[in-house]
Design a binder for this molecule. Structure first.
Ligand SMILES: *Cc1c(COP(=O)(O)O)cnc(C)c1O
Length: 362
């Protein structure tokens, strides 16, 4: 039975990349040593790191005045690193409350002693639409606006550019990094944990504009942007294997034709599922259509027991990890970059079939 993995993260990697890892594991680039055992100071790894940085720069068209850094600590680590490194002037950040991960980011900043203002929230409508900035509001009292570009749990995404007035934009792109095209120059800082679209858990990408990076007192070394720029992400031992794997995924994405091409495929996959859900009499996705995510699609029958029945039947058919996040319930299909179009089709076919039989039984 062919297995399809719809997990929200850690998530599916391209089959081609898994095969390449398997092949190269005992001897990376013919070195006679495994990627799991080489020094991060070796020429071999320095090349792997440089290639990953260059491929990411090419794919996202990252201008020269932006640094590409690799950290550990996940998206959550950056919830602390972003305010510690960037909120040094007013010690105050603005937030649009679009769901779970936005709240987490705000809570972490508050915990570290920064002021945090929520400028808009859609909590009262269960985050089924995105919150937006109040029109023409001057944000010069804030060091930056924090935005969750794709809300992994709720299933919404900002597809249009957001341009706050007189402050920087900081974007958590953990769950739609490289899945749709954004203009890097709209952002002061972009960060993303690898384990959704880029690689295995353990490495976090930071893309930061040069003029925002400066020496800050009392920042732990492991979260210090200035230090990581100076040391080219090699201040201490970096996550060697996740960076290597991310490098392979970036080369795979280049072969596919880059982010524009990937976005088209992601639109096609998600549209197949949304089209099915919108005509279904059993399943519903509650998100405002213009705000719908390309990568994370929650849906439900409206009946918890029936949802569980669907999840169990899907698992028996090899369609794995469709359980929704515990805070939302229902089902969720994550259709990240590595999920082929076939994976969306197989899911739609299964749901269609389930609905037919369900109605047949009543
Ligand atoms: C998964 C996720 C995170 C948390 O990432 P960790 O690596 O587990 O800390 C943060 N933000 C978003 C949008 C996510 O999807």
């Amino acid at each position: 039975m062919k297995i399809y993995n719809y997990a929200a993260g850690p998530a599916k990697l391209p089959d081609q990349v898994i095969s390449q890892i398997q092949e190269e594991l005992p001897s990376v680039q013919g070195s006679g040593m495994s990627i799991l055992e080489i020094s991060h100071r070796s020429a071999l790894f320095e090349n792997i790191l440089a290639d990953a940085q260059q491929d990411l720069r090419d794919l996202m068209k990252i201008p020269d005045n932006y640094h590409i850094l690799f950290f550990q600590g996940g998206g959550t680590g950056q919830f602390a690193a972003a305010p510690l490194n960037l909120a040094t002037n007013h010690r105050k950040i603005a937030l649009l409350d679009s769901g779970h991960w936005a709240v987490r980011a705000g809570d972490e900043a508050t915990r570290l002693g920064f002021d945090m203002d929520t400028l808009a929230s859609t909590k009262n409508i269960q985050y089924q639409s995105l919150p937006h900035l109040p029109e023409n509001q001057n944000l010069d009292q804030y060091d930056y606006l924090h935005l969750t570009m794709n809300n992994t749990i709720e299933g919404t995404a900002y597809h249009q550019p957001v341009r706050p007035i007189n402050t920087e934009l900081v974007a958590d792109m953990s769950s739609n990094f490289l899945a749709e095209t954004y203009n890097v120059t709209d952002f002061g800082l972009i960060f993303a944990g690898a384990q959704k679209n880029l690689g295995p858990a353990g490495v976090t990408v930071v893309i930061v504009r040069d003029d925002l990076v400066h020496k800050v007192e009392n920042v732990p070394s492991i979260l210090d942007y200035d230090l990581f720029v100076k040391k080219n992400s090699l201040y201490n031992t970096p996550p060697v294997f996740p960076i290597y794997t991310a490098g392979l995924v970036l080369k795979w994405l280049k072969e596919i034709g880059g982010i524009d091409e990937m976005q088209k495929i992601n639109e096609q996959k998600s549209q197949m599922l949304y089209d099915f859900l919108d005509q279904s009499k059993l399943f519903t996705n509650h998100i405002t259509p213009s705000d719908r995510s390309l990568t994370n699609i929650p849906f439900t029958t409206g009946d918890e027991q029936l949802d569980n029945q669907v999840i169990n039947a899907a698992t028996e058919h090899g369609l794995m990890s469709l359980k929704g996040h515990r805070s939302v319930g229902g089902l969720r299909a994550s259709l990240y970059n590595a999920m082929p179009i076939e994976g969306a089709q197989v899911l739609v076919d299964f749901l269609e079939d389930f609905e037919k039989h369900y109605q047949g039984g009543h």
